[in-house]
Design a protein around this ligand. Structure first.
Ligand SMILES: *Cc1c(COP(=O)(O)O)cnc(C)c1O
Length: 229
């Protein structure tokens, strides 16, 4: 197991480094976030032994279970988050970032539960850039209003934006989606919002995402192999 994982990791790291280089970016501007959903605790522990201490999951139940078995890492939540599950995440002191804030009702729930737990929680606004790209995420046209309104939610801090690109499009379309989100972020920064992170890029499109300014790439299968192992 370890040999394969190491090979896959080295491959991905080299690609990230080279792509950053060619885009005149520093490679430490791009965080490699391993997406461990559907993958075993053994594999997570292997990456942990190599120094990784942040992992991403997309289902609350699975995250909680893995957290019991691997307590001393930090978790990112990247899946669609149902409001009735927010309270479970808020109890985890080692919850680092929610990438998938995709509605105003969810924002209010996160803020409320964070306040109850006396904490401020960092989130990314999930944006649906291509209209048909995903069921979830707010329309890119609504980003400014959402950010403005969220200033009143004092236990939740929006620290960037995230998008999931469609699978079935060509590289030009992909590039234009990532670029639109990057441009949107620049405009919002100019309006005074503090949006450090751009979570974009997965196993099949992370190079283009890095070329277009991604700061976090969410990599599952390219690191862990096929699902379920
Ligand atoms: C599963 C998942 C990923 C990782 O996908 P891979 O194609 O396996 O790299 C990234 N982001 C989100 C939101 C996911 O659900």
């Amino acid at each position: 197991m370890g040999e394969d994982l190491l090979k896959q990791l080295n491959f991905v790291k080299e690609k990230i480094g080279n792509t950053a280089n060619e885009s005149k970016r520093e490679k430490n501007e791009v965080k490699l976030l391993p997406v461990s959903k559907n993958h075993s605790v053994d594999k997570i522990n292997f990456f942990k032994s190599l120094g990784f201490n942040e992992f991403a999951e997309s289902r609350v139940q699975e995250l909680l279970k893995k957290n019991e078995l691997i307590p001393d890492v930090h978790w990112h939540f990247i899946g669609h988050l149902q409001r009735n599950k927010v309270k479970y995440l808020m109890r985890l002191q080692n919850l680092k970032l929610i990438h998938s804030l995709d509605s105003w009702r969810l924002a209010k729930e996160i803020n409320k539960r964070a306040a109850k737990n006396d904490r401020i929680i960092d989130v990314l606004l999930q944006v649906n850039v291509a209209d048909e790209s995903s069921k979830y995420g707010i329309d890119i046209k609504e980003v400014y209003d959402f950010l403005s309104d969220s200033r009143n939610l004092s236990n939740m801090r929006i620290v960037g934006m995230m998008t999931i690109a469609p699978y079935d499009i060509d590289s030009n379309e992909l590039r234009s989606i990532f670029r639109r989100l990057y441009d949107k972020r620049s405009k919002m920064i100019a309006k005074g919002f503090d949006l450090k992170e751009l979570s974009m890029g997965m196993s099949n499109d992370y190079q283009i995402a890095i070329e277009e300014g991604s700061t976090i790439v969410r990599i599952g299968s390219a690191l862990f192999g096929k699902r379920g192992g």
